[in-house]
Design a protein around this ligand. Structure first.
Ligand code: UT7
Length: 321
């Protein structure tokens, strides 16, 4: 039986950290105290003008390829989870394939599930690998959310950041991906969306991120708890078996409420929202890479990834590293 395993991770954050005080200095009507108390965010990284999603994805991917010590030409599947692609088309995954100079005819496509994107993409890669159709996947979450923020809307612009995280997943005899689940309920689309499009050379509608923060908050805590239990039950494990919980990094209060609901101590939750803000599809692979590189996550650690985002979408993946 074919299984899949993560064999290397990498991540990349553009530029220097931008603190809450830096945002105040840029004229945003907010305060360090409000942002820290309501979100736990102290700083985030913002890509310079002209830096694209595929550029961030390339930097993270090169680090993952190096960590996995694999030949890029052996990667036969590239999936990029993003809501802020370089272009309408081609996909950022195809652009990433070109940047990495991979010309083996492998598949490359984007997944659009907003902040659940990485969990969706990893689940899809696992299914491709376990089917036997592909052997080695590069799965990336990469975002330049700063491009779709309304810098006059203080309720949203202080929350997000830019970045990318990547993993190499390959066919293995021993299971590395123990269970996964992905879900959506499109009826919730109005509470978190960018309700604009391009037509006839003009933006139609609103090209900025709009959010009903309190509705998102309540929804997120409920589904993150439910989907964590779902994959644990599927794998025949309990919350005590989880060494590290890596939820999507939206807000420290969502992370705390989710951990409490699951009965997991915050000392077993990887937290990056304080330094990265909400990087949407990039937040989970960024946190995974950080905790692997600093030695918290080791070979054999059980790690539960879970995401929730616009759509609404949500999902979880249970890993045996
Ligand atoms: O990936 C999923 C993405 N989204 C999320 O995870 C967001 C989930 N939601 C949240 O994290 C919270 O709802 C927020 C952090 C967005 C907002 O926190 P809240 O406790 O729900 O605040 P609120 O929206 O009820 O606003 C409270 C007050 C308002 O003032 P008044 O009407 O009470 O006078 C806002 O105008 O805070 C004000 N406010 C701000 N003040 C200073 C809103 N944004 C800011 C700001 N700085 N940046």
């Amino acid at each position: 039986m074919i299984h899949s395993r993560i064999v290397g991770t990498g991540s990349f954050l553009p530029g220097e950290p931008v603190t809450n005080s830096d945002l105040v200095a840029r004229g945003i009507d907010t305060s360090d105290q409000w942002i820290v108390e309501r979100t736990g965010i102290h700083s985030r990284h913002l890509a310079a003008d002209g830096v694209s999603c595929s550029e961030l994805a390339e930097a993270a991917s090169r680090r993952a390829i190096e960590a996995a010590d694999v030949d890029p030409a052996s990667i036969d599947l590239i999936i990029v989870a993003t809501s802020t692609p370089d272009y309408i088309f081609p996909s950022s995954a195809a652009l990433l394939q070109a940047r990495l100079e991979i010309r083996n005819g492998g598949a490359a496509f984007d997944v659009q599930a907003v902040c659940s994107g990485f969990v969706y993409a990893l689940t899809v890669a696992d299914k491709f690998i376990r089917s036997g159709s592909h052997k080695r996947a590069l799965v990336v979450g990469a975002e330049v959310f700063s491009r779709i923020l309304d810098w006059k809307d203080r309720a949203t612009c202080v929350l997000f950041g830019d970045g990318a995280g990547a993993v190499i997943v390959e066919a293995a005899e021993r299971p590395g991906l123990l269970a996964s689940a992905i879900h959506a309920d499109g009826a919730y689309n109005p509470i978190l969306c960018v309700p604009g499009s391009v037509s006839g050379g003009t933006v139609i509608g609103d090209p900025f991120l709009r959010m009903d923060g309190q509705a998102v908050f309540k929804f997120a805590v409920r589904v993150l708890g439910d989907v964590a239990q779902e994959v644990l039950t599927d794998a025949g494990l309990g919350t005590d078996d989880v060494d590290w919980l890596i939820p999507h990094q939206a807000n420290i209060r969502i992370l705390q409420a989710t951990a409490k609901r699951l009965g997991v101590s915050m000392s077993r939750v990887v937290t990056t929202v304080d330094q990265h803000g909400n990087t949407s599809a990039a937040s989970i692979p960024l946190a995974l890479d950080l905790a692997l590189r600093d030695g918290r996550i080791r070979a054999g650690s059980k790690v539960l990834l879970e995401g929730v985002g616009g759509g609404f979408t949500w999902g979880a993946v249970l890993l045996d590293m």
